[in-house]
Ligand binder design. Structure first.
Ligand SMILES: *Cc1c(COP(=O)(O)O)cnc(C)c1O
Length: 354
């Protein structure tokens, strides 16, 4: 399929790298493509970033049949632009789409479209330390219909947003809050898909956590309310004794690309990594026994997010001395160094945009 291009009349001013936050500024162009049962995926096009006109009855607005991805383009010291494991994100998009009854996309074509868009928008990739161009591929149900079924028509789009360093004030631990009153996902649900409703479902508990002075919710499993699943938009890791433990993928946890990278990198350093069920009680017991050394989240936005405090059942514990642990710091630095082309890419995770 040929990708058409419509030039914008005017281009936007670029913000200074030092002023960048997260997710509020969008570049000049976006990629769009439509699906209908008759034509399949068709009309791939790069055109000026702008609103999507839709009927108020459009299915995505009512039933949340929507999926998305999140990855970043990084500018290396030599000025080159590079992606980190983009094929894994595009594959996960198809997996989420399968769960949400959406038509499959050709992953090789998606990558080609993304690279074409990035080449047009290359000047939007910021260069200050820790900054990047965030990439948001999305699919939404487009039928104008308010009966409940899966849509026949879809829109796929990719938008780009220059983002600042996640830790402008330094790499500081966050406080997380465990709830036994609300769950994010249940057995047989859509927890393993990156679908809109999961995030809507998490808002209220996150609001309660914020009110109590915590940044994010640490979710427990939706069946027994006992086993740890993940944080808002991050997977979670625990250093207990000399093991790095993370909840095993159980179909209600999102399989993070960063999670997988942490596992592979830590194993390559000789760290014993264990994927298994782990209960919140076990974490509190390890803390009491003095064997809980580090806790951190992993995700594209923050890479590694060290956890300083956890609150569960009214009892707050401090992880180590509350500062960033050595494995968290080493993983953070090494993953960033790979992403920014400062460390050797021994796992073949980097794809240059040329
Ligand atoms: C996106 C996401 C993650 C992290 O995935 P990465 O591929 O590492 O960015 C973890 N949990 C949830 C719920 C997510 O939406």
């Amino acid at each position: 399929m040929d990708i058409s291009f419509t030039k914008a009349d005017t281009l936007k001013n670029h913000p200074k790298d030092s002023t960048l936050g997260f997710g509020t500024i969008f570049t000049d162009y976006m990629f769009n493509m439509d699906y209908s049962p008759e034509a399949g995926w068709h009309n791939p096009r790069i055109e000026p970033y702008g609103p999507i006109a839709m009927d108020p009855s459009t299915m995505v607005l009512h039933y949340g049949q929507a999926i998305f991805e999140g990855l970043k383009a990084y500018r290396s010291d030599s000025g080159e632009i590079q992606l980190f494991r983009p094929k894994d994100n595009l594959h996960r998009l198809n997996k989420s789409g399968h769960r949400l009854c959406m038509p499959e996309l050709d992953e090789a074509f998606l990558l080609e479209a993304l690279i074409k868009l990035l080449k047009i928008e290359k000047d939007w990739v910021p260069s200050a330390a820790g900054t990047a161009l965030y990439i948001r591929p999305t699919i939404i149900a487009m039928d104008p219909y308010i009966g409940l079924r899966s849509s026949n028509t879809y829109r796929f789009f990719i938008i780009l947003s220059p983002v600042g360093a996640y830790y402008p004030e330094g790499f500081n631990p966050v406080k997380i809050w465990v709830t036994t009153e609300y769950v994010r996902a249940v057995r047989g649900g859509v927890g393993e898909a990156k679908t809109a409703g999961n995030y809507a479902a998490s808002l209220y508990a996150t609001h309660l956590a914020n009110q109590d002075g915590y940044t994010q919710v640490l979710w427990l499993d939706g069946v027994e309310l006992k086993y740890i699943e993940e944080v808002g938009s991050m997977n979670i890791f625990f250093v207990v004794g000399d093991e790095l433990i993370t909840p095993q993928l159980n179909r209600s946890i999102l399989a993070g690309v960063t999670r997988d990278s942490v596992i592979k990198l830590a194993e390559s350093w000789g760290v014993k990594v264990v994927e298994r069920k782990i209960s919140i009680d076990e974490i509190y017991a390890a803390h009491a026994a003095g064997t809980l050394k580090e806790v951190f989240g992993s995700g594209t936005a923050a890479v590694i997010s060290p956890v300083g405090k956890i609150k569960f059942n009214g009892k707050e514990i401090t992880i180590g001395d509350g500062s960033v642990g050595p494995l968290s710091a080493k993983l953070f630095k090494h993953l960033m160094d790979i992403q920014y082309g400062k460390a050797e890419d021994t796992f073949n995770w980097i794809m240059p945009v040329r």
